[in-house]
Design a protein around this ligand. Structure first.
Ligand SMILES: Nc1ncnc2c1ncn2[C@@H]1O[C@H](COP(=O)(O)OP(=O)(O)O)[C@@H](O)[C@H]1O
Ligand SMILES: [Mg+2]
Length: 248
């Protein structure tokens, strides 16, 4: 197990070795998400307050149905909170219009999903760069090359998803998530569809992105060994974060 390269302040340590206080890149305050199905209300998040600091790699664990995916969707601006606040890089997602939230998400968040979510008709290169070309986020060829090299994709860019292994597809999805230099990467069980060897490769790459590029990462996983790749683990149960201990 590699040691984290930095130490992060907790809420009771206001300064970090004489440096300026780090502001959280992401913060939630008493976050609630209640799904309504007809007359039935399903409270998926019940008062979640967390802080994620720049450069952290945080794992989220908890039983199926405890609200992990809902939390990722709400903190990443894919879904609207019912109440409470989400501050992403100083912007309050909960008071924004849908269109403003979408715009912020495109610029600041990279998502990775269990099922890769690549477009089957496009090759790897175009899957990685499509959003940047559509939304004019400023395609940077140098950044693209750094990302493709780091993820070992340079020789696979002309291949469509059906011509790539699961591990390669998830590496393409990772490249797509980080090519625009998002403030935070949110990964929902990124190794859930991969065999052990590919899982280890993807987890190792996530750790490398965190250490080499300083990429802030929040990753949901079922697997304690995968969770241990992060600096700390948030444990969820019944819509609440019940423990946020450090693993190192
Ligand atoms: N779109 C939805 N509509 C209604 N209920 C939902 C919806 N999405 C999730 N839920 C419910 O919210 C709870 C949390 O789900 P989810 O966030 O997917 O949990 P996890 O990712 O931890 O398995 C579950 O009870 C689930 O059935
Ligand atoms: Mg889920």
């Amino acid at each position: 197990m590699l040691k984290p390269t930095r130490i992060f302040p907790s809420s009771n340590s206001p300064t970090l070795a004489g440096e300026r206080l780090l502001e959280p890149i992401l913060q939630t305050e008493n976050l609630w998400k209640v799904y309504r199905q007809g007359k039935v209300e399903v409270p998926a998040l019940r008062g979640v307050s967390i802080e994620i600091f720049p450069g952290e790699f945080v794992s989220i664990m908890g039983p199926s149905g405890c609200g992990k995916s809902t939390m990722l969707h709400v903190i990443g601006g894919l879904a609207q909170a019912t109440s409470g606040r989400v501050l992403l890089d100083g912007n309050d997602l909960t008071t924004m219009s849908d269109s403003a939230r979408t715009l912020l998400r495109r610029h600041k968040v990279g998502f990775v999903f269990q099922r890769f979510n690549l477009l089957p008709t496009l090759d790897a290169y175009h899957n990685i760069t499509l959003a940047q070309h559509i939304h004019g986020n400023g395609f940077d060829p140098h950044r693209f090359q750094v990302v493709a090299d780091l993820l070992g994709l340079s020789g696979r860019l002309k291949h469509k998803p059906s011509e790539l292994s699961g591990g390669e597809q998830q590496r393409v999805a990772l490249a797509r998530a980080i090519v625009s230099e998002p403030k935070i990467v949110l990964a929902d069980e990124p190794t859930g569809n991969l065999d052990t060897k590919s899982s280890e490769a993807v987890l190792g790459l996530l750790r490398q992105l965190n250490q080499d590029l300083g990429q802030t990462i929040v990753m949901i996983t079922h697997n304690p060994e995968a969770a241990a790749y992060g600096h700390r683990v948030l444990h969820m149960r019944d819509g609440e974060v019940v423990d946020g201990s450090s693993v190192h």
